[in-house]
Design a protein around this ligand. Sequence first.
Ligand code: MV4
Length: 449
Amino acid sequence: MFSKILIANRGEIALRILRACREMGIKTVAVHSTADTDAMHVRLADESVCIGPPSVTESYLNKRAILSAAAITGAEAIHPGYGFLSENADFAELVGEHGFVFIGPSPEHIRMMGDKIQAKTTMKKFKVPLVPGSDGALTDLATAKKVADKIGYPVLIKAAAGGGGRGMKVASNESELEEAWQVARAEAKMAFGNDEVYMEKYLDKPKHIEVQIIGDQHGNVLFLGERDCSLQRRHQKVLEEALPTCLTEKERNSIGEIASRAMKQLGYKNAGTLEFLYQDGHFCFIEMNTRLQVEHPVTELVTDVDLVAEQIRVASGERLNFKQKDIHFKGHAIECRINAEDPENFLPNPGKIEVFHSPGGLGVRLDSALYVGYTIPPYYDSLIAKLITYGHDRETAIVRMQRALEEMVITGVKTTIPLHQKILADPEFRKGDYTIHWLENFIEKNKSI
Ligand code: MV4
């Protein structure tokens, strides 16, 4: 096992990793920008190194500065958290070349899944169900038309280097196809420097269901259940749940077996998430995330597995602490992402925290790096807290979330707490059968009242 880990991140996820390290008896190194000198992750770490100015490109994305920090502190491994360098294959490779362990999958698997076409080709090979679409990249408009005729309109043109909703264009009929083709390619070229695109049938009312897996270096892969992440606004998740109540136990085990078998065949190591669209009882793989995700706590609460501890164990070469037969899904968990944003227009609202009262009690978890007197800098993501509740069923988790949100006090900055209260009180949300379009409609509807 490692004796010292460098955490190449900030905010709540840096604390999450620090806490796992502390419980495992591992020393921690924090890195920070000059804007984060007073940040909680710096205070809680055993050591800290300033890696650059506020701008992320010069600090949290500064590969050389992070590697230097690891070298001068004698860290043996680097945990990238999520965002920043977590899915940067070149960084994962550099980390290895410099004699450190990257706490995540291999650079090859990160690179493979970063290319959405390669990701789909790989999944197809391992018999994971896909959305009907082009077999690989589209080379020209004529082929695009043929594929669209075969699968039927509406279709989506997606960028191979895309993901997270960037570089996607819908065509409802043949006359819209040429423009969608041109625009998608031009946007992909601009955004990613790569104009490779592919086509999928457009699903009009799917749920976004993702499957959590983790693999060790001995060929073991665990399936840790699904999450329903359908509640998003502009491709930013707002509220997540585990397990999705739309799935029967049979469906859950079936997709779990498919995912873990595929990841075993691929030789995938560390934590990963397979993203699916789920519509009319069918799962269609769309993308894979090769990192720990923001919403991992809901999975931890329903499986009782410490995902970060397992990531560290498997990166050090140890075996997973659990066998599949040890995993028993229990209860229901919900996460509300609390952002320092105006709940009306979602504009970031950084500033100084005047009052902070943490909710608590049975079934309540708060992952946050906030403290009274802390000034949220304007340079980074606006996520300031993740409030997670657990109960023996969905209704209990919801009521507990409502109670916890009422207890929670944050003043000094505007937050998205009022939005969560509205969502949780909504009868349609309470039924639980929402799709990926529900939240944007809900926000629009609430504006006019
Ligand atoms: C789709 C889709 C409908 N049909 N693919 C958006 C982000 C990227 N991860 C994939 N996305 C979508 N792909 C097909 N074939 C609809 C979306 C989509 C979406 C997906 C998940 C969560 C929220 C979404 C919001 C809009 C569109």
